[in-house]
Design a protein around this ligand. Sequence first.
Ligand code: HEC
Length: 147
Amino acid sequence: MKKTIKQISKMKLSHFIVIGTIAGAIILLFAFTPMQQSKEWTAPATANMMKNSVASNVQSIAAGKVIYTKNCYDCHGKKGKGDGPKSGDLDKSPKDFTKEQFQKQTDGSLFWKITEGRKPMASFKKDLSEEQRWQVINYVRTLEIKK
Ligand code: HEC
């Protein structure tokens, strides 16, 4: 009699291990999914709310255009369509900046992406000051083709 109770409790233990392993695997899967490079590139909510500290005006847009031509044009193309001279060599297409889908993102979201980068796009944290990053965003905003 004692033996059977032991056997039952052993069985339960093994059930626990099986269920525990499955649950653990599911939790790990969920925990690591955002860390993988998902197709969509989304900035964290806190970044989305960041405010552009550089007013959009003739001066900042002109400064942004100079930065864009020097640092972004090769991949993103003259008009931001993602057709720059280097775009053919990339394993991922740069987004089309003229589309509403792109433009509907907040300045904070674009700032975060430019700051962080994602392969093959490098991070511009060191190469561009915060002011320059906001300026280039002000320029990119002028590329939208409104219907
Ligand atoms: C080496 C080529 C390359 C250069 C140079 C480059 N980018 Fe990119 N950029 C890309 C690619 C490719 C993507 C798409 C990345 C992805 O979706 O994972 C991208 C994505 C972006 C995005 C996010 C688009 C979205 O909707 O998710 C922004 C914003 C951006 N680039 C801005 C810039 C700016 C501003 C510069 C210059 C300061 C720049 N990039 C320079 C290749 C480049």
